[in-house]
Design a protein around this ligand. Structure first.
Ligand code: FES
Length: 217
C-alpha cells in the first residue's frame, strides 16, 4: 500500500479541471477529462516539448493541452496534435510519463510506479464518503502521522466517521486530507474544515495535539 499516495480529496479535481501536486518532490499533474467518462489522469507535470508545466494547461474533451505552444495529449498520454504543424503525423515517441491513479475513500491515490496492487477492497470504512478538504502542513509527515495516531501502513486513519490521510509533497512538508462518512452522525464538514486548521496550527507550533484530536471523540 505504501506505493499509493493520497494526494488530494476527489472534490478538488472536478470534470475538466487540472491541478498540480507533488509526491516526495516529484511534480505530478492531475486532470479529469471533460467527457462522459470523466476519467482521472496523473502524469508527470512536464511537457515533452519545452518542459512547461502541464498543470498550467487546459482540458479539451478527453485530452490535455499545453499552455505554451498548445501541443495536445490524448488519454493514453501520447501527443496527438501539434497546432503549428496540424498536418504532421505525430510520432508515438512523443508522450508524457503516466502514473497510476485511483479514487477511493473520497481521495485521489497516485502510484509513481504505476503499481497494480491497489487494494480496491481495502478497509476504507464506510461505503459512502464525503470529501472535506486537503491542507498543507509545514511539518514532517512523520510528525503529522504521529499526531493523528496513524502508522505508515495505514492508508486512512478513522476516528469514528472521520477519515484522515497524509502524504509527503516534499521532504519536511506534509499534506493532510480529511473525509467523513456521508450521512453519519458526528462533526459536520464545516466543523472539520476548521478543526483541520486547529490541528495544523498545533502541529506547526509544536503544541499539544491531543486536545485537538480529542474534539473528534
Ligand atoms: S512547451 Fe508544451 S507545447 Fe511547447
Amino acid at each position: 500500500m505504501h506505493r499509493w499516495h493520497p494526494v488530494s480529496v476527489v472534490s478538488d479535481i472536478r470534470r475538466g479541471e487540472v491541478a498540480g501536486v507533488r509526491i516526495g518532490g516529484r511534480e505530478v499533474v492531475l486532470w479529469r477529462e471533460d467527457s462522459a467518462a470523466s476519467t482521472l489522469h496523473a502524469w508527470e507535470d512536464r511537457c515533452p516539448h519545452r518542459g512547461m508545466r502541464l498543470s498550467f494547461g487546459f482540458v479539451r474533451g478527453d485530452g490535455l493541452g499545453c499552455l505554451y505552444h498548445g501541443w495536445q495529449f490524448g488519454p493514453a498520454a501520447r501527443c496527438r496534435l501539434i497546432p503549428a504543424h496540424p498536418q504532421v503525423r505525430v510520432p508515438a515517441s512523443i508522450h508524457v510519463a503516466a502514473y497510476g491513479v485511483r479514487e477511493g475513500a473520497g481521495l485521489v491515490w497516485v502510484s509513481l510506479e504505476a503499481a497494480e496492487d491497489f487494494p480496491l477492497h481495502a478497509p476504507w470504512g464506510p461505503d459512502a464518503i464525503t470529501p472535506v478538504r486537503s491542507m498543507h502542513v509545514r511539518a514532517g509527515v512523520t510528525h503529522l502521522r504521529h499526531a493523528i495516531g496513524g502508522a505508515e501502513n495505514m492508508p486512512v486513519v478513522w476516528r469514528g466517521p472521520v477519515g484522515l490521510a497524509v502524504h509527503e509533497p516534499v521532504a519536511g512538508q506534509a499534506m493532510l486530507h480529511v473525509v467523513r462518512a456521508a450521512g453519519a452522525e458526528g462533526p459536520s464538514a464545516p466543523f472539520l474544515s476548521r478543526w483541520a486548521e486547529r490541528l495544523r496550527d498545533a502541529v506547526e507550533c509544536g503544541g499539544e495535539t491531543a486536545p485537538v484530536m480529542g474534539e473528534l471523540a
